[in-house]
Design a protein around this ligand. Structure first.
Ligand SMILES: CC(C)(COP(=O)(O)OP(=O)(O)OC[C@H]1O[C@@H](n2cnc3c(N)ncnc32)[C@H](O)[C@@H]1OP(=O)(O)O)[C@@H](O)C(=O)NCCC(=O)NCCS
Length: 164
């Protein structure tokens, strides 16, 4: 149902629109400047091993998703995690696509996509803000299990995990 295309320069203005939407502002605090977004999403993140993709539904872009090898991110992130732990983050861009069960399906399909690329995966983590009840529920529906509240460089998060 969903496909994943590597995030490219021509997706930047769409990403900026998604980031500016009311439902994303608090969750993804990024610059509004296209030049800065370009540096972060096309240069800095891939250098840290965070691989960005666009989520497409029927070949139309509807959101952003990324995955990373948790042990390679650095910068104070995931210091207690072992080899084989990967993480994901996502945002469905438009509220017309929220609350329709897309999130859990996207996550399950993306995990299948990532597992084909990364044979060393042992577990996948996701770190919603504790107040992001909709995301937490969507992640439970996708098969993630709540672990504990943790402190990350971006603040308190609820660590959730899927183990293989
Ligand atoms: C989080 C997100 C991916 C979830 O995807 P989605 O397709 O909207 O999720 P779903 O339609 O499956 O449903 C969400 C579930 O949360 C529930 N929910 C919604 N608001 C809720 C709230 N305030 N408290 C508790 N549950 C809530 C819904 O009832 C539904 O559960 P149900 O199917 O058991 O009734 C999507 O909403 C999104 O991209 N949000 C903006 C960015 C974001 O929060 N990203 C996550 C960062 S960690």
């Amino acid at each position: 149902m969903f496909t994943f295309e590597r995030f490219k320069e021509n997706h930047l203005s769409l990403l900026r629109r998604w980031l500016n939407a009311e439902h994303s502002k608090d969750i993804w605090q990024e610059s509004d400047d296209i030049g800065k977004l370009k540096i972060k999403f096309l240069d800095e993140l891939p250098r840290q091993g965070v691989l960005p993709f666009v989520i497409a539904k029927d070949h139309k872009p509807i959101g952003y998703i990324q995955y990373y090898d948790a042990t390679k991110v650095g910068g104070g992130w995931w210091e207690a995690e072992l080899n084989g732990t990967f993480g994901i983050d996502l945002m469905i861009g438009s509220s017309v696509h929220h609350g329709r069960g897309f999130g859990p399906t996207i996550i399950k399909e993306f995990i299948g996509f990532v597992r084909q690329k990364e044979s060393s995966i042992r577990s996948i983590i996701i770190d919603p803000a504790p107040k992001n009840r909709r995301a937490i529920r969507a992640f439970e529906k996708a098969g993630f299990v709540k672990e504990s509240e943790i402190e990350t460089p971006d603040g308190t998060a609820l660590l959730m995990r899927m183990t293989f």
